[in-house]
Design a protein. Structure first.
Lengths: 400, 255, 127
């Protein structure tokens, strides 16, 4: 099947070329980081996690979101998702790989990363996160490979894959839950230490992931002959709507609790995010952008006429994705460190090398998605063609 | 260890520290007080009591900080973002911000207060470390194994006291004078106060406590009812940082 | 498989290139070269037999490291009942004070780059 990824037109290869160039640039910056240390990033003694860890967290969400197509399709036999399920799984696999890469580029001693496995430490959530992520990767590789292979040969998938698919459903929820526990178990950081962090992560994942999938469907329609089905888009858009509503609801819960309780340690972080603290307000314009995008997305999604119009739906999906990316990929991690345990504010902003390394990691992810989608879509296009031919033959024979 | 020997070492250290403060032109200092085959100091629960009233009387005194940073090859990095510190001074209202208030005595509010690793009984940094690079010893010292640390900085996020520093770059060029009695660090690992574990092993008290000429720092075994530290917490009301978190810090402040 | 011959030739060229250092050294007569380590101490014996130290000193040092840092155990009882301080810079370098002619020479030959010296300070008299 792999050879399908190596056949493409000029447009395909240009796209691949751009991604490879971005990866090469990131490689050069990473060599610099490897030799000089994380000093080339904007991180500091006070804000010791930043852009890399935030991207890791965001991508765990995207990876987990595949469950939003897997669950209805396999558990409820929801036929509309028949053609998009593999697309969801093929987003999940590169996403998990990206998560791991973002952790690796964040390590001070990447060559010793293997120590997590040499000295397994069950009391550390990072240990469990590694297990959750690698298990999820393995599950998705096996499931997508087996189901796609069955589809290629036009036979039903083998029976033994069913329990593995069922296992992948709670497993998807677990990866984002454990990732939330990484933060929410820290008494030192009041911003993260909230029981709704895991539910919030899941809600934001289940809106941003399917939003990405809808956009992927639109792109696929534009560039290939494969039709994933409007019914799937419709159902996905409902999932995005509900998940985004729950996400915004949970954020409002957080804000109520912090401000009504009036505990300074809880308010300070939100103060920093939305209004600035002690004259430091790097994130303020971004967070308000996120708020506006969230409002716009909800208006477009809740209203059936705009939700069912592909053009406005596409725009709504972009706003959902960006709003959540700003919230999780910029604000969430950094704000846990502001103010620091001694009450002083040190601000963080990613540096050029940091951004390019992240961009390169994303380019690698896009390269994987492109390759995987190419394979899946070639198989599906073949299948679609065969089906059409078959129908024509039937029509001809029955007509004669 | 007899009191005489303790005094002797204290004097020897003081002499070395004077060499450090500019008179000695040598770049490297020999490990003058590492005496092998000395019996280690043993305790069940090492702790430190800091009398910040005594620090207040000596405004520009940095003896303890200098001694610690010298004896552990802690680099002197200018950038606030990347600095490494094992022990340093912060204003009282920052150290105890939940116990500070608007009408607090101005002097106390701005009083420079020593902070370093609290060697918690229930250390959150140890709980989160994915490689057991940091752990609590049976004598209460929260140790770091810089050989094993992968630099994930989870412990930095978990410490409620900001006691941990990360080596954003190679620290060696920023060490003024290399002290041979203790290794330096490489880039990409976390470090912090180790309660002078290497000195306890040789029967010597922590460098900061020994360097203090004003008796502001008292080191000892809190589990021993006869110890000096126990006596101090019996006789004075002491504060600890963020006691509500349940970490049970073992650095006590007399204010 | 009409490209069989091309593949075989390609593989051969690859093999020649990656084994080039071996041919080069053989041709230059350096194949039998061994680093000549100098012993500069009066001490009669090491903390363990020489054979063991030659092949396993890194394991011993790793053990020492873990025991000192993690188990507070600093005293090493050697095979013949002598006690040593488990210390690279104090015990090992005390006898092998010629680091450049002893440690480095062999490490260079073996092309290994132990990171001990990144942090553990080479005493002045050795440096």
């Amino acid at each position: 099947m792999l050879e399908k990824a190596l056949q493409g037109d000029k447009r395909y290869w240009t796209w691949i070329g751009i991604l490879v160039v971005l990866m090469a640039i990131a490689g050069i910056f990473y060599i610099q980081q490897f030799n000089k240390g994380l000093t080339i990033t904007g991180l500091s003694r006070d804000v010791s996690w930043g852009f890399y860890i935030a991207q890791f967290t965001f991508m765990v969400g995207v990876a987990a979101s595949a469950v939003m197509v897997v669950l209805p399709y396999y558990l409820h036999d929801h036929k509309a998702f028949g053609k998009v399920t593999i697309l969801g799984e093929f987003v999940a696999i590169p996403s998990v790989i990206l998560c791991m890469l973002f952790i690796v580029v964040d390590l001070g001693q990447p060559m010793r990363g293997i120590n997590i496995m040499r000295y397994p430490t069950p009391n550390s959530l990072m240990f469990w996160d590694l297990i959750a992520l690698s298990g999820y990767l393995l599950l998705n590789v096996v499931i997508s490979r087996v189901t796609l292979d069955a589809e290629r040969r036009a036979v039903p998938p083998p029976g033994w894959i069913k329990p593995i698919i069922y296992l992948s459903i709670p497993w998807a929820v677990s990866i984002h839950t454990v990732t939330a526990f990484l933060y929410s178990g820290l008494a030192a950081r009041t911003f993260w230490m909230t029981a709704v962090l895991a539910p919030r992560f899941l809600a934001s994942a289940f809106s941003s992931g399917p939003a990405l999938l809808i956009l992927a469907v639109f792109i696929i329609r534009k560039f290939t002959k494969f039709e994933p089905g409007q019914e799937a888009v419709k159902k996905l858009s409902l999932i995005v709507t509900y998940a985004m509503l729950i996400n915004v609801f949970l954020i409002l819960m957080e804000i109520f609790t912090a401000y009504y309780s009036n505990i300074p340690e809880h308010m300070n972080h939100f103060q920093y995010l939305f209004f600035g603290l002690d004259g430091h307000n790097n994130l303020v314009p971004w967070m308000w952008t996120s708020v506006i995008l969230a409002v716009v997305s909800l208006v477009l999604l809740i209203n059936p006429s705009t939700r069912n119009n592909n053009r406005t739906l596409g725009f709504a999906c972009v706003t959902v994705f960006l709003s959540i990316w700003i919230d999780k990929g910029l604000g969430m991690v950094v704000t846990g460190f502001v103010p620091n345990p001694l009450g002083t504010v040190t601000e963080y902003w990613p540096t050029i090398p940091e951004l390019f390394i992240s961009l390169g990691v994303y380019a690698f992810g896009l390269l994987l998605v492109t390759g995987f989608y190419k394979i899946a879509l070639s198989v599906k296009e073949d299948y679609q063609l065969k089906e059409e031919k078959h129908k024509k033959v039937i029509a001809r024979t029955s007509g004669a | 260890m007899s009191i005489d020997r303790r005094k002797f070492i204290k004097m020897a250290s003081a002499a070395a520290a004077m060499g450090l403060s500019g008179f000695g032109a040598f770049e490297r200092v020999l490990a003058e007080d590492i005496i092998p085959e000395e019996l280690p100091l043993t305790g069940k629960r090492w702790a430190m009591v800091i009398d910040i009233r005594k620090c207040a009387e000596q405004e520009d005194c940095h003896e303890c900080v200098n001694a610690c940073h010298f004896h552990h090859n802690v680099p002197d990095i200018e950038s606030r973002e990347e600095e490494i510190k094992w022990i340093w001074k912060e204003q009282f209202h920052n150290v105890f911000h939940e116990q500070s208030y608007k009408y607090i005595d101005e002097e106390l509010g701005h009083q420079p207060t020593l902070v370093f690793c609290n060697h918690c009984d229930n250390p959150p940094c140890v709980r989160v470390c994915p490689t057991k690079s940091t752990w609590k010893r049976d004598d209460g010292v929260v140790m770091m194994d810089m050989h094993r640390c992968i630099g994930c900085r989870y412990c930095v996020a978990a410490c409620p006291y900001g006691s941990r520093s990360f080596n954003w770059k190679d620290p060696v060029p920023d060490i003024d004078k290399i002290y041979e009695g203790f290794p330096t660090r490489c880039k990409g690992v976390v470090e912090k106060c180790n309660f002078c574990a290497e000195r306890l092993a040789r029967g010597i008290e922590p460098a900061c406590a020994m360097a203090c000429k004003h008796d502001a720092l008292t080191f000892g075994d809190m589990a021993d009812p006869q110890s000096e530290v126990r006596k101090l917490v019996r006789e004075h009301y002491t504060l600890r940082r963020k006691p509500g978190l349940g970490t049970e810090p073992q650095v006590y402040y007399i204010i | 498989m009409q490209d069989k011959s091309k593949i075989v030739i390609g593989l051969l060229i690859f093999l020649v290139i990656i084994t080039f250092p071996i041919w080069y050294n053989l041709a230059g007569g350096k194949a039998t070269y061994r680093p000549d380590l100098k012993y500069v101490t009066d001490a009669k014996e090491c903390v363990a037999p020489t054979d063991y130290m030659t092949s396993n000193h890194m394991d011993l040092l790793n053990e020492w490291r873990d025991e000192v840092v993690r188990d507070k155990d600093r005293v090493y009882m050697s095979f013949n009942g002598n006690k040593y301080d488990k210390s690279l810079t104090n015990t090992c370098l005390d006898c092998h004070s010629n680091k450049a002619d002893f440690c480095d020479k062999c490490h260079d030959y073996m092309s290994v780059d132990p990171y001990c010296w990144d942090c553990h300070i080479i005493p002045e008299e050795v440096h």
